[in-house]
Design a protein. Structure first.
Lengths: 234, 586
């Protein structure tokens, strides 16, 4: 983390460069906004989530990939920022998916996504319902619970044991978990994997994409750290 | 009222491998050819250029280069008693769209089928007796034999540029190749790719277990190569962004790297992108097509008259167009009558990941078709009576990418999230190798394609409906191969493993294979096939449909080699026989 602090200024500059690239090639996953001050969640102004939703996503991703132990957690890698931008963009709008009705939300899971709501709508609907469940069961919203209680709630969502009114709890949980892991491991251009910390942790060299001389090197760790599409190095 | 374009000799629906190679053949014969591609234009630069292409989220997770279900999809059900539901987001299979089609984002495994599989019904009857085939299993012969197709396999391999090692050269078994393959007239155009460490270990274990390992035939260049069209490939740099991506390095064979720039120089060729063919238009007597109607980028309908219509879309889309256009009678599973939609089949696949905490595999070092296979358990080598299933497969090592969002295997029992998951990804990333299975899928009386009664596409057309599920025959086959992979784990001393092999109903969420086949199958009997042995519609003689739709059942090997050979085979029939005297060739 010491190195991370030293590199913070570079990372911020690179973050700005990434935003410029996103705008140029038209794939901006969200209207990525300039932000004042260091690249931290505290300084980030969500473009999709409201305050309560943001508090839930911060708290939930922090349990899905916690900070303790080796390796960065979801908050250090700015995963909530990634999810916020994804939901404000094409993913959130389900723009690639077939969304015509009739919908059969009770279909066997083997037939995949069958909900009528887009991912952005699913988060908007499900988060207050999860918080309502937490208030009933624990007297407080999810973000205010102890880590142990948060984990119980997440396990119950995963197993479909919580009865959310509009969307199946397990569907919401699966989407939240998938988006969290995406934000952890995706290129930093999308707002997560801050400083390529998740790549550095596991040993994935990111966008290097050139290994011809390394094919025959048997059982030898690759020596270089990752690079990103925007040109960051770690 | 549709706008009408100037008439051409031939219109080609789709500009992937089939469309581009067929366009080379027909323009060489002097025909004026127009290709209509529903997706966008795609070129190595700028579409696949570095570094933008090295983006797992955009290409491998959000499927930037694939068909958008919002524009085009199918509905799926397991059996005729269910209501089919839309395949709303991609999962189990990933059809391509855009110039290059799936040929732009494949891995590049270029196999030939077993000779026995092209005459499977006859071969099983001769070898095991017809009684071994269950009543509802509708196995058929292709209607064309391997020996007839050999020159076309050979030609297609030279167009594509394949790195590999012959195992059977004109009947002589060659050391280091696949000893069970059918005879080849010539070796692969390039020597095999250099193998990653997982493949070295797999090959050693395979030999210890009594198998005959060989390098997989890879349409990834192992050296510099110029193909018969004058197109150049440079050696693969093992970038680890192959399947689901376009090649940044002019190394993976694709229509872009092997065909299109040669094709674009021909004055009698034109292509239009964002042109979705809605229907093949038929003459009043229904015996010939007059052209196709398509929607252009603005959604306006355009009629393109043509003397010859080539359906070169993805397998599912070819069948869809035939059903929508009334080309041939639709199949009815209740009576067995009608042929269009008959014999839909898929591919039975599976994978086992083996974990070795003391080995660094560098999984991000990967070519698309890197790896070593063995074919000792190929369909042609199997005793169906002893095994209790009709089928076979090949197993292989495969190190194509180490992209952590969608390919980060963890030992069975690892938590899906939390501190345990985070610890596991740190411990296991880079310390596992994969053994993958690809095996046959037999056809069944009620596994078929038709038009959905409820769901429609943005043009108001009924979606294609797929009725398909795994059967006991294929599930038994998957478990057979799962156990073979487990033997590798024991032989190699793996610390842990995890695996995925279908063991119940077809799961549309999990990526398994894009090798969807059948539905407009070829044959020599118009009662049981939609197209004849020249890939010509039995009913509308100026419509040809080369592609995986022609397969009566699915063989274990990847389909592109067969698709390319059938395209060249159909092109020869058109050029040398049909054009001088347009008529049903059978």
């Amino acid at each position: 983390m010491t190195d991370f602090a030293v590199d913070r200024r570079d990372l911020l500059l690179n973050g700005v460069a990434s935003v410029a690239i996103l705008a140029l090639d038209g794939l901006a996953p969200a209207p990525a906004m300039a932000q004042a001050g260091p690249d931290t969640l505290e300084n980030y102004k969500p473009v999709y989530f409201d305050a309560a939703e943001w508090a839930f996503v911060m708290a939930a991703t922090d349990r899905l990939i916690p900070a303790d132990g080796e390796g960065p957690g979801a908050l250090a890698t700015l995963v909530p920022r990634f999810i916020d931008r994804q939901l404000a963009g094409d993913f959130g709008k389900a723009s690639r998916w077939y969304m015509q009705g009739p919908h059969d939300p009770d279909a066997s899971p083997l037939f995949g996504f069958q909900l009528a709501q887009t991912p952005a709508e699913i988060y908007r609907i499900a988060i207050p319902e999860v918080d309502a469940h937490c208030r009933t069961a624990y007297g407080q919203a999810f973000a205010a619970l102890s880590d142990a209680d948060k984990d119980v709630v997440l396990h119950d969502l995963e197993a479909g044991k919580v009865d959310l009114k509009t969307v199946p709890a397990s569907d919401f949980f699966a989407m939240l978990l998938a988006n969290t892991k995406e934000g952890y491991f995706a290129d930093p251009r999308y707002g997560g994997n801050h400083g390529m910390q998740a790549w550095t942790y596991i040993g994935f060299p990111g966008a290097r994409a050139s290994f011809r001389e390394w094919v025959g090197q048997q059982n030898t760790p690759y020596p270089l750290g990752p690079v990103s599409i925007g040109g960051e190095r770690a | 009222m549709a706008r009408t374009q100037k008439k051409v000799d031939a219109v080609i629906v789709g500009l992937g491998w089939v469309g581009s190679v067929m366009a080379m053949e027909l323009t060489a014969a002097g025909l004026d050819v127009v290709a209509l591609e529903r997706g966008p234009d795609r070129k190595t630069v700028p579409t696949f250029a570095y570094p933008k292409i090295a983006d797992e989220l955009r290409y491998a997770v959000r499927y930037e280069l694939m068909q958008r279900p919002a524009d085009s999809t199918v509905t799926i059900r397991h059996n005729t008693g269910q209501t089919a539901l839309p395949y709303r987001r991609l999962g189990s299979f990933l059809p391509g769209t855009g110039v290059g089609g799936a040929g732009a984002h494949w891995n590049g495994l270029l196999w030939r089928p077993n000779a026995e599989e092209l005459r499977l019904k006859s071969w099983i009857d001769e070898r095991f007796g017809a009684d071994i085939i269950p009543d509802d299993m509708t196995i058929q012969d292709f209607g064309v034999d391997y020996d007839e197709l050999e020159p076309y396999f050979d030609r297609f391999e030279k167009i594509v540029g394949v790195s590999g090692k012959a195992g059977n050269l004109n009947g002589a078994i060659m050391d280091g190749g696949n000893p069970f393959e059918a005879p080849r007239a010539s070796d692969y155009p390039m020597p095999p790719l250099e193998q990653t460490y997982d493949a070295v270990l797999f090959a050693k274990a395979a030999r210890n277990l009594g198998y005959h390992p060989f390098p997989k035939p890879a349409a990834n260049a192992s050296q510099v190569y110029t193909n018969p069209y004058g197109m150049q490939l440079g050696p693969c740099n093992y970038c680890g962004f192959c399947e689901r991506f376009g090649c940044l390095n002019y190394s993976k064979s694709s229509p872009q790297t092997c065909v299109l720039d040669a094709l674009y120089q021909r004055p009698n060729f034109e292509y239009r992108t964002n042109a979705t063919v809605l229907k093949v238009e038929l003459a009043p007597d229904g015996k010939t097509a007059t052209g196709v109607t398509y929607a252009d980028a603005k959604g306006e309908e355009v009629f393109q008259p043509a003397d010859l219509v080539i359906l070169a879309a993805f397998q599912l889309n070819n069948v869809h167009l035939m059903l929508l256009s009334g080309i041939g009678p639709p199949y009815d599973p209740a009576t067995g009558a009608g042929a269009v939609g008959r014999n839909y089949a898929y591919q039975m696949t599976g994978a086992t990941s083996l974990f070795f905490k003391n080995i660094d595999f560098n999984p991000f070092v990967g070519a698309g078709a890197n790896g070593v296979a063995f074919a000792d358990l190929a369909l042609s080598q199997m005793d169906f009576a002893k095994n209790g299933f009709i089928g076979g497969g090949y197993q292989s090592s495969q190190q194509t990418n180490g992209q952590p969002i969608h390919h980060l295997p963890l030992p069975e029992g690892t938590p899906a999230w939390g501190a345990g998951w985070k610890k596991a990804v740190g411990e296991h990333y880079g310390h596992s190798m994969d053994i993958v299975l690809q095996s046959t899928n037999m056809p069944y009386r009620d596994a078929y394609l038709d038009l959905d009664p409820t769901y429609r596409d943005p043009f108001g057309r009924p979606l294609l409906r797929m009725t398909f599920d795994w059967r006991p025959n294929e599930l038994k086959q998957a478990q057979f191969f799962k156990e073979k992979a487990a033997e590798f784990g024991r032989e190699m001393g793996a610390d842990a493993s995890t695996s995925f092999y279908p063991d119940g109903h077809y799961d549309t969420r999990v990526y398994q294979s894009t090798h969807t086949v059948g539905g407009a199958i070829m044959g020599t009997d118009r009662q049981t096939s939609a197209i004849n042995r020249y890939l010509q519609s039995w009913d509308v003689h100026n419509v040809f449909a080369p592609g995986a739709n022609a397969f009566p059942q699915n063989f274990e090997y990847n389909p592109t080699g067969m698709i390319g050979a059938l395209t060249l085979w159909a092109a020869r029939a058109i050029r040398e026989d049909y054009l001088a005297n347009p008529r049903p060739l059978m």
